[in-house]
Design a binder for this molecule. Sequence first.
Ligand code: DLL
Length: 433
Amino acid sequence: MSSNNKIEYIAREELESLQFRRLKDTLERVYKSSPFYRKMFKENGLNPSKFKSLKDLSLIPFTTRQDLRDNFPYGLLSVPLEKVIRLHTSTGTTGKPKAVLFTQKDIDQASELIARSMRMTGAKRDDVFQNMMSYGLFTGGLIFHYGAEKLGLLVIPAGAGNTERQIQLMRDFKTTVIHITPSYALYLADVMEDMGLDPKHDLSLRIAYLGAEPYSEETRVKIQDIFGVDAYNSYGLSEMNGPGVAFECREKEGMHLWEDNFIMEIIDPSTGKVLEDGEEGELVLTSINREAMPILRYRTGDLTYIYPERCRCGRTHRRIARLKGRVDDMFIVRGVNVFPSEIERVLMSLPEVGRNYQIVLEREKNLDKLRVRVEVKGDLFNGSLEHLRKLEDRIRTRLRSELMLTPQVELVEAGSLPRTTGKAKRVIDKRKI
Ligand code: DLL
């Protein structure tokens, strides 16, 4: 422990009293200034003086994504517009995006959390950091960028895409640390191999930060092996600053959620009941260190659980488990609930499977069909048909025993499925059309 990371080891009691102080401040501010929360408090007979302990948080109704949309763009703003200096929006939504606003203090605090997370994993001032997440409205670019600068690394704001230039930059500047979506990392490896380069030996990487989309432990291991890096899971969402909400330490067993900035709860997504540590459910977050736009009891839609035990690293902020997916990611095929992450886990544990897959849902004569399209390693596809049939059978059997469903398995050539440089779209549901 050093003086600049004391907060990571703060005693639980002290942490909880800090949380309560910050919660009270936040409640006062939103009650006074946010039209949305003022109305919500009035309708529910609440006012900030009613809150006597952290437990009273449960008096507040949940805030949902729909609330953010309905009150777009300024309904949740809790400071005068003249104090606002930045806008980000959330990605991947249809219709109106969710606007997220920042004051200078909010940007400083978000950067501090990124710097803290990077320092925790061993990034140092003499590292060269290439940020391969998209810059602009998405938080993965600018928020991470500011944090890395705060820590004092050399930052290359490469953004997503333009893969050959990325590789050139990594080679020219001997990049040691990258920030990238896991799906883009696998794509990058394919491109390098096509160029006759070995990601492990022809680059100087030692750390990769992976986040912004769900992926399996098996994918992490794959990326670590291909690039010869330590890969760390990073979780966040625009509504709560973007990245830097929860981050793995060197133990790589769950992500420390920075509880001095966020209060976390896990709820049963269908009843809203608050669950115990260790029980899986939907993550609900309250930002307690935001000026422009604090959000109370926000339903993230993300499924995880809280580790009940203290981490071996000694940090006191509790950890959340690798995200299982989103509540709305889950699809139901013939009555069976399936998470794409379960399919990925099976596929990525098979050595013959390549780096990409796609899940296609179809309806034929009122019967749901699940088809999994799987890229196989390059040379295998040119091998004997019998060999491929056997592999198909093996994948099908493994998926059947995990999912209790028999999917159709279609093997395809490496590199033939669509790629993105940002968040991957894995599930094509044709049933709704
Ligand atoms: O994805 C912020 C971010 C940027 C996080 C860079 C990490 C790295 P949004 O675009 O608002 O913000 O998307 C947030 O992405 O609710 C999760 O469903 C998903 N997500 C983010 N990180 C992870 C992760 C950014 N490590 C939504 N594992 C969240 C699984 C993740 N899902």
